[in-house]
Design a protein around this ligand. Structure first.
Ligand code: HAM
Length: 430
C-alpha cells in the first residue's frame, strides 16, 4: 500500500477512548461532578483555544509549558492563538471578563494540549478534571480544594497516592528566598544539569523542579522556602496544615515542590501515584495563584485550584487493580425471528419506560441472536418467534441467573420486566 492510501491514524501522543473503556471516563467525570457540586462548585466551560498572550502572561514565558510545549499558531486571520495547555488561565480569564460574584467556585473537565515527547503517561493531548476558586484567600478554601482531590482518589480505591505540600510564599517574602537560592546555585553551578547551568539565573525556582539527578543532588541542600515565609504566609500554611490534619488528609511537607507553572503563590501541592514510575507519576496537582488575575490584566483576585490528569489517574487505577471497567448491562435483549417489527416496537416501549433494551439487526438467525444476547450482559432475553407472534406473547428467559422461562402477554411485558428486581451484579455498580 502506498502512503497515499494507507489508513490514517490518530496523531502520536493522542488516543481514542472506545467503549467499554470510556465507561470509566463517564463514571469518573460524573462522580467528580457530583462531589464538586456537593461542595458548591459549578461547571464552567471555556474555549479550547485562547489568545496565546493569555498563557504567556498567565503561565509564564519562562515555564517549559509555554517555552517548549504550547500548540501555538496564527489562525487564518493572523491572530496568535494557542490550544489550552491547561485549564486555569482560561478560567481566570473568564472570571476577569465576566466578574461573577465571589467566591467563584468552578469545576471543569477539559482536554489539554502540550507538545511533549509521547511516552507512557505523557501525551500531546491529555484530559483534566479540575476546580478553581476565585476571590478568596481563606486558607480553609485550600483545605477544601485539597480534600476534594484526596477524597476522589480514596473513592476510586487508590491506596498508593502520596500528597506533597509546600508554600511558595508571596510577592513580599519570595524575593529574599530567590536571592538566597541564586546565591546557593551560583556556588554549585558547575554541578547543575546542562540546561540549568545556563538558565538558573533566569528562573532559579525551576531548578528545584528539575528531575535530573545532578540538579536533585544540588537542590537537596538548597535553602528552603519554608524558612523564608513572612508572618502571613507562615500563618496561612499553618492553618492549611491544621485543616488537613483535622480532615485526616495525610501529606508530606516538601519545600522543593514548586511545580511547573509560574503562577503559584503560597500553597502548592501534588499527588503522586507510587504505583506509577518516575516522571509520569503525578496524578494531580495545583495550588494558589494570588497574582494570576492581575498578571492577565484583571483586578487583584486570589485564587486556588487543581488539575487531575484523567489518563494518569486511570493508569494508577490499573496499576493498583481498582476501579475496574464495568459496562452497564441492558435490562433486555429482544430476540425477534419474525422479521424485526416486534423487536422494533418492544425496544421503543422498553426504553420509553426507562429500561435498557437492545436487539440484533439484519435478520440474524435465532442461534446468532441468542449468542449476541448472552454477550450483551442483558438480564433477560425477550424472545419473539412465530408462535409467540401468533399468540401475542413474549417468552422471557433469564440470562444471568438460573430460572424458568415464562410466557408473558406482549402488552404487559414492559411492566413485567420493570417489576423484576435487579440482581446483585447490577446493584453493586458504583
Ligand atoms: P499540571 O500539574 O501541569 O497542573 O497538570 C495537572 C495534571 O495533569 C498532572 O498532575 C497530570 O496528572 C496531568 N498531566 C499534565 N501533563 C500531562 C501530559 N502531558 N500527559 C498526561 N497527563 C498530563 C495544571 O495543569 C494546573 N492548571 C493545575 C492547577 C489548577 N493549578 C491551579 N489550578
Amino acid at each position: 500500500m502506498d502512503e497515499q492510501s494507507a489508513p490514517l491514524r490518530a496523531p502520536a501522543g493522542t488516543h481514542d477512548v472506545l467503549w467499554p473503556q470510556s465507561v470509566r471516563w463517564e463514571r469518573l467525570v460524573s462522580e467528580f461532578a457530583r462531589r464538586a457540586e456537593r461542595a458548591g462548585f459549578g461547571l464552567v466551560i471555556s474555549p479550547m483555544f485562547e489568545d496565546a498572550a493569555l498563557f504567556r502572561r498567565g503561565i509564564g514565558d519562562e515555564s517549559d509549558v509555554v517555552r517548549k510545549e504550547m500548540y501555538e499558531f496564527a489562525d487564518r486571520g493572523g491572530r496568535e492563538v494557542a490550544l489550552r495547555p491547561e485549564g486555569t488561565a482560561s478560567v481566570v480569564r473568564a472570571f476577569v471578563q465576566h466578574h461573577p460574584p465571589v467566591p467563584w467556585k468552578t469545576w471543569y473537565v477539559t482536554p489539554a494540549f502540550r507538545y511533549e515527547r509521547p511516552q507512557a503517561g505523557r501525551y500531546k493531548q491529555h484530559h483534566q478534571l479540575g476546580v478553581e476558586v476565585l476571590g478568596t484567600e481563606d486558607p480553609d478554601v485550600d483545605v477544601e480544594v485539597v480534600t476534594l482531590a484526596a477524597d476522589l482518589y480514596l473513592w476510586l480505591g487508590l491506596g498508593q497516592v502520596e500528597l506533597s505540600l509546600n508554600s511558595m510564599g508571596c510577592g513580599a517574602c519570595r524575593p529574599a528566598y530567590v536571592a538566597a537560592l541564586v546565591a546557593y546555585l551560583e556556588e554549585h553551578a558547575a554541578q547543575l544539569c546542562g540546561e540549568h547551568r545556563e538558565r538558573f539565573r533566569v528562573n532559579p525556582l525551576r531548578v528545584l523542579d528539575c528531575k535530573r539527578p545532578e540538579c536533585r543532588a544540588v537542590t537537596e541542600g538548597a535553602p528552603r522556602i519554608t524558612d523564608y515565609l513572612d508572618e502571613e504566609c507562615a500563618a496561612h500554611l499553618a492553618r492549611v496544615r491544621a485543616g488537613l490534619d483535622e480532615a485526616g488528609v495525610e501529606y508530606r511537607l516538601d519545600p522543593r515542590l514548586v511545580r511547573g507553572l509560574d503562577y503559584y503563590t503560597r500553597t502548592t501541592f501534588e499527588f503522586a501515584a507510587t504505583s506509577l514510575t518516575g516522571a509520569q507519576n503525578a496524578v494531580g496537582g495545583g495550588g494558589r495563584y494570588d497574582g494570576l488575575a492581575e498578571a492577565i490584566g484583571g483586578p487583584p483576585s486570589p485564587g486556588i485550584g487543581f488539575g487531575i490528569g484523567i489518563e494518569r489517574l486511570l493508569l494508577a487505577c490499573d496499576a493498583e487493580g481498582v476501579f475496574p471497567v464495568q459496562p452497564p448491562a441492558p435490562d433486555a435483549f429482544v430476540v425477534d425471528v419474525t422479521g424485526g417489527t416486534a423487536a422494533r416496537a418492544l425496544c421503543v416501549a422498553l426504553r420509553r419506560s426507562g429500561l435498557g433494551a437492545v436487539r440484533a439487526y439484519d435478520g440474524r438467525s435465532l442461534k446468532a441472536q441468542l449468542k449476541q444476547a448472552d454477550r450483551s450482559g442483558a438480564r433477560y432475553a425477550l424472545i419473539v418467534g412465530p408462535e409467540e407472534l401468533a399468540l401475542d406473547v413474549v417468552t422471557t428467559r433469564p440470562l444471568r441467573r438460573e430460572g424458568p422461562q415464562e410466557t408473558v402477554p406482549r402488552a404487559s411485558v414492559v411492566q413485567w420486566l420493570a417489576a423484576r428486581p435487579k440482581g446483585e451484579e447490577e446493584s453493586d455498580q458504583r
